[in-house]
Structures are given as structure tokens and as C-alpha cells.
Design a protein around this ligand. Sequence first.
Ligand code: XIL
Length: 297
Amino acid sequence: ETTLGAAAAQSGRYFGAAIAAGRLGDSTYVNILNREFNSVTAENEMKWDATEPSRGSFNYTNGDRIANHAIARGMKIRGHALLWHAQMPGWAQSLSGSTLRSAAINHVTQVATHYRGKIHSWDVVNEAFADGTSGGRRDSSLQRTGNDWIEAAFRAARAADPGAKLCYNDYNTDGINAKSTGIYNMVRDFKSRGVPIDCVGFQSHLTNSVPGDYQANLQRFADLGVDVQITELDISGSNQANVYATVTRACLNVARCTGITVWGIRDSDSWRTGQNPLLFDAAGNKKAAYTSVLNAL
Ligand code: XIL
């Protein structure tokens, strides 16, 4: 195969990119998007601050531009993200307790309802676990509404869009470590109690290497009975092409790893300014990392 999407499809997987609505008028960008990718994630346009800029008043203009682009071309959509401590609108940042809880659950219900039937997988909750060795939750206003806020969000998302796969998504979970084990224990608990969860996203923002137990970590989650997805892949450093191949092979070696998403198209589109962590250069040319991924798929 000669494109990432078609090569991934040979094994029933997707290959996606995070995209920005504001770049859909850039023909170089859109040509690469339409040629190479069969899944998209909105880089910012479906986040809380974008979709509910004032309480109870929803704006889907830019999220819909991305969704419509994808649907018109048969691309899957990863919804990102219903609840996250970052990129909360100012009004929600000023809430706490039961007021915040009900605003958050209403947000999940409204946004998941708006996109019902269009989303392959939703990141229902993003980055709720702490870095470091505690294995516990990140302190946040959402967490302070009660430890059950994550399961409440998943139940609300399932009720609003029963056809979407519901994911928990996080970073620094690339190997078997305290943080990934904390998430593993939550997923195991959810599965045992019937809390609706279908997938775990591994952001995989990497710097020149990947833990040796990356594949084993994906596999232990898959063995809990959830799909796993690589959701925000970008890799900086001189070993970039090799690490991209290693990550791609790890996904292909795990039957329940259903797809890979890179966090942008060209290096110049990346949130990691100056790090050139993506598969296409600023001019839209394929990099060595691109060929490395294509050959690994
Ligand atoms: C980033 C976007 O790429 C930036 O444009 C924005 O300014 C900040 O957020 N983890 C996530 C993504 O889950 O939503 C983040 O995206 C990158 C880290």
C-alpha cells in the first residue's frame, strides 16, 4: 500500500491525524489529510472551552467543520475530549462541588448527544491521573467533586451516544509505571462493576525513545477486555524514524490495538514548536519517519 490509511486498513486498523479547522483552507494540508489518513481528531475544536463557551450555550461551528470534512470522505472521528482539567472555559473554572459536577455531566450529555452516531471513539475523560509514583488521581476541581466523577462521565456518555466507543486517555502511560498501573486498576474496577468503558488511549508524546515494555503495557490493558489506541503520537529526536517504527509494530502486535493517530500533519502544524515531531516536513514532504511507519504497517 502507498498511504498510511490504506496500509493500516490491511489489518483492520485506522491511521489518523489531529487536525485544526483553521487549516482546512490550506490545500497542501488538506491534500495530505485526504490522501493519507482515514481518521481524524479535532486538535482543539471539541474541547469544553470551544464547545460551551458560556454555561448552557453551545458552539459546534468548528467541531462540525472537522466532523463534516471527515464524514464526507468516510473518515472515522475520534471525539476529543469531553472532560479534562485543562482548556475548561472560564465559567467552569470558577465552579466547584455539586455545581461543577452537574455542569460537567450536562456538558458530556450535550456534546455527546450533538455528535451522536458520528463518533467512532470518544475520549470521555482526559489526563485524570497524577504523574509520579502515587498511582492516584490528579488533584483538580473535577476530582474534588468526588472520586466517582469519571464513572459518572462514562455513564452519561454511554446514555447520550450508545454507538460510540468510550475511552479514557492519558500521557506518560507508555510503559508499565505507577501512573499506567493506576489507570489499569481503574479500568479493571470499571469492567468488574459494569461501568461502561471500551478503550484506553495512550497519547504517546515521545522524545527519542519508547519504554521497552510499551507493547506489554498495551497488551495488559487489552487483556482487561478493552481496545487500546495510540491517540496523540508525536516523536522528537534523532532516533525518530526508528521509534516511530517500534511504536507502529507494537500496535500491530496487539490484536486489540485498533488504530494510531498522530498529533498533527506537518512539523509546522505541531504543538511542539521547533521539535519537528511529525511525519511530514513544513513543505508537506514525507520524512524518513513516514517511510518507517508505512513499512511497519
Ligand atoms: C494541545 C493542542 O495541540 C494545542 O493546540 C493546544 O494549545 C493545547 O492542547 N494532550 C492532549 C491534547 O490531550 O488535547 C493536547 O493538545 C496535547 C496534550
